[in-house]
Design a protein. Structure first.
Length: 298
């Protein structure tokens, strides 16, 4: 135990350790397969993905006697196979400023993630500007300013309640003037009035395209892994609201439900650019499919 970023680890032991030491071999039969499906569902993989993963793992192996370690290894292989294509860092373009629009529901970790990303980009020698586009939440703006200070990155703000699109435009101008490599734009995350939010996001995009027709170059959706299957719903909603190009999964340090990442990869195939593994500025890691698969099935 310990050490890994994902705390889904250990959940197989609930089934497998109970009645079998790792070296004991068990017949892979329908009953065993059903138990494995249940474990995968308990890890929040969702029914469809859990059944597919278990079935693929069992294909050609039914009736064979396998050790616990072998079963874990085969399941880890299957999970890694699904996750490998989506494990991609956020692409960096030579075009400057590269505009990164950050969307997601309130509380998902947008502010924290912007701060962590800004810090990483800074460490990589990039200049960054942040725009506090959630102008209706004073607390969000304050939080973002704190993160900007931590990361050593300027945060552009506008008066409470003012038009986020006009702030975004001003931020484009400032980022250009500063010769910034990246402009990260925070956005509102209130889903209570989706039509409003859609219009707000669409207007931000329209306005920044006046400065650069190719912007935003990335639209990151920040998802809280502890919300489990709800994350799937959030992807569906935000795909309608914005042209989501990649995901950041936060709070993977505090959940045994990391299986939702497998369901997300299986269902949407969107790249997972990074994972949040804590509340500190350095707690953002690249997504490693092999580590993840082993932690989930270990
Ligand atoms: P926002 O409303 O989407 O901007 O969310 P915040 O960035 O304010 O984050 C909401 C809460 O989640 C804060 O308490 C953060 O410290 C916490 N948080 C964000 N990312 C992570 C993470 O990766 N791990 C943990 N444990 N907490 C996180």
């Amino acid at each position: 135990e310990g050490g890994g970023a994902v705390s889904g680890r250990g959940f197989f032991n609930r089934l497998l350790r109970r009645d079998a030491a790792p070296v004991v071999r068990r017949t892979l039969d329908d009953d065993m397969l059903e138990q494995l499906e249940e474990l995968l569902i308990a890890a929040d993989m969702g029914v469809d993905t859990a059944m597919r993963v278990a079935a693929n793992m069992a294909e050609g192996r039914m009736g064979r006697k396998l050790s616990v370690e072998e079963i874990k290894g085969l399941l880890a292989d299957e999970v890694a196979r699904i996750m490998e294509p989506v494990a991609r860092p956020m692409p960096l373009y030579s075009k400057t400023p590269q505009v990164v629009l950050v969307v997601g529901v309130n509380g998902s970790g947008k502010t924290t993630t912007i701060g962590k990303l800004a810090s990483q980009f800074r460490a990589a020698g990039k200049t960054v500007v942040i725009a506090a586009g959630d102008t209706f939440r004073a607390a969000a703006v304050e939080q973002l300013q704190i993160w900007g200070e931590r990361a050593g990155v300027p945060v552009l703000t506008a008066p409470e309640g003012s038009d986020p699109a006009s702030l975004a435009f001003d931020a484009m101008v400032k980022a250009e003037q500063d010769g910034a490599d990246l402009l990260m734009i925070d956005t509102a995350g209130r889903l209570q009035n989706r039509a409003d939010l859609m219009e707000e996001l669409a207007k931000i995009v329209r306005v920044i395209r006046k400065k650069d027709p190719e912007a935003p170059h990335n639209t990151l959706l920040v998802l809280d892994a502890t919300t489990g299957q709800n994350a799937l719903l959030q992807v569906e909603i935000f795909k309608k609201l914005a042209d989501v190009s990649g995901l950041v999964m936060t709070k993977l340090d505090g959940t045994a439900k990391g299986g939702v990442l497998v369901a997300l990869a299986d269902k949407f195939g969107l790249p997972i650019h990074a994972i949040g593994v804590g509340e500190q500025i350095d707690d953002l890691a690249p997504f490693d499919p092999r580590d993840f698969a082993e932690a989930l099935t270990g």
